[in-house]
Design a protein around this ligand. Structure first.
Ligand code: PMP
Length: 445
């Protein structure tokens, strides 16, 4: 069958027809347990009645109104709800269509803030080597994957990358976790001093690294030290919670676990939970005020910024989370999932690390546990595991991140928050089978 879809089409992929709770069904009637929400998107599963009804109501009343002419109840309510849950000091919400747009807006806001704050020379961005921030040009510049940036390098924002906080790979054997966290954070100070801190506008990081590294949490104290350094040198701290935010780690905002407030935070994915295409950039009142009292407005905007239908869906997502007590459930089911993975895979010869927080879990695969040597990147083990898992009726998110200059293999597990303990048992069972089958094939080559 020929296809006009630009990208992978029916020739390579099953056709998704129907979703129900934690399951997706394809055109052949096959069932898939959704253990990753696509890319940590579908936090309410695929058939939340409250969200579907809210979308229908909004559609009947008003699908769209341009923000140059109107605000909408849905956008106002969503902003209020988000600020109720946001870290203290975060006061304003700018609604967009997705994660990359939110990161793009964050970078531009940081730049405009410094211009209006009397420091127009601040234009450089610092980010981390193991990170993903999106595929538009600003967000791409921030991302840590060198191969993603390579072709577009001449088009990108001036960005410098430091090492991430990645205990499994970078902590010295005789170093405490706290000492390592402090050392990893100090890499930011060293980079600032090298560049001239007065030239840097912002530092961007994911509180829990998602797509490139498989749920890597920071060492205790790392982000507190990062906050201190940013404050000392007048650099804005942007936390990218597009993947790890909106309850995924058992906190509405992942930064809560770190005990810090960012200057700017980006969210998406779980915000619309797959029911609508929506992201948001949130910032402190201080940033907002400098611009409001300066030029008067943020020099940005998109046609679908503040889309009422998307806002109504996101408002209903937050209501569903609250009415079902899902944040507390993420913590409990996250513990259950972590214990089940540990039980089944903790001693596996090719599982180097099990990590994460809440229902955001990563599994790092290694050729050799003792030396932590990754598999040959040419084998693309993470992709093979994904394919084998699909054959077992399970969706997991594969990632190949750069580890010390080489590709490492990770799998990300990020199921809907409504997943039951019995479904977690099925998930771990199918995953362990898929893992062994994929590795057996690689070892037989
Ligand atoms: N930031 C992070 C941390 C992400 O994980 C992603 C998506 N994987 C993005 C930004 C980009 O979001 P989107 O794909 O919605 O543009």
């Amino acid at each position: 069958m020929s296809s006009h879809v630009f990208g992978r089409s029916a020739a390579q992929l099953p056709t998704a027809l129907r979703g129900d709770g934690c399951y997706l069904y394809d055109a052949e009637g096959r069932e898939y347990l959704d253990a990753c929400g696509g890319a940590a998107v579908s936090c309410l599963g695929h058939s939340d009645a409250h969200v579907k009804a809210a979308i229908t109501r909004q559609l009947d009343a008003l699908p769209y109104a341009h923000t140059g002419f109107f605000t909408s109840e849905a956008a106002e309510d969503l902003a209020d709800l988000l600020i109720q849950h946001a870290p203290a000091g975060i006061d304003r919400v700018y609604q967009l269509s997705g994660g990359s747009e939110a990161v793009e807006a964050a970078i531009k806001l940081a730049r405009q803030f410094h211009i209006e704050n009397g420091e127009p020379q601040r234009h450089r961005l610092i980010a981390r080597r193991q990170s993903y921030h999106g595929n538009t040009l600003g967000a791409l510049a921030a991302g840590g994957n060198a191969w993603r940036r390579e072709k577009y390098q001449p088009l990108l924002v001036e960005t410098y990358h430091i090492d991430p906080c990645f205990e499994y790979r970078h902590r010295a054997e005789d170093e405490s976790l706290e000492a390592y966290g402090h050392r990893a954070a100090n890499a930011l100070e060293a980079e600032l001093l090298r560049l001239g801190p007065e030239t840097v506008m912002a530092f961007i990081a994911e509180p829990v690294v998602g797509a490139t590294a498989g749920a890597v949490t920071a060492a205790p104290g790392y982000f507190r030290r990062i906050r201190e350094i940013c404050d000392q040198y007048g650099v804005l701290l942007i936390l990218d919670e597009v993947m790890c935010g909106m309850g995924r780690t058992g906190y509405m905002f992942a930064s809560e676990a770190e005990g810090i407030t960012p200057d700017i935070v980006t969210i998406a994915k779980g915000l619309g939970a797959g029911y609508a295409s929506i992201g948001a950039m949130l910032c402190t009142g201080r940033i907002y005020d400098v611009i409001a009292q300066g030029s008067g407005s943020f020099q940005h905007g998109h046609t679908y910024h503040g889309h009422p239908l998307a806002a109504a869906a996101a408002r209903a997502v937050l209501e569903s989370m609250a009415s079902q007590g899902l944040i507390a459930q993420v913590q409990a089911r996250g513990d259950y999932l972590a214990a089940a993975l540990q039980d089944r895979l903790g001693q596996h010869a090719h599982v180097g690390d099990l990590r994460g927080r809440g229902l955001f879990r990563g599994i790092e695969l290694v050729a050799d546990r003792a030396s932590k040597r990754p598999f040959d990147p040419a084998l693309k083990l993470h992709q093979r595991i994904k394919a084998q898992a699909m054959a077992e009726g399970l969706m997991v998110y594969p990632a190949g991140g750069t580890v010390d200059g080489r590709e490492g293999d990770h799998v990300l597990i990020a199921p809907p928050f409504i997943i039951s303990e019995a479904q977690i048992d099925t998930l771990v069972d199918r995953f362990a089978t898929a893992l062994d089958r994929a590795i057996d094939r690689v070892n037989q080559q």
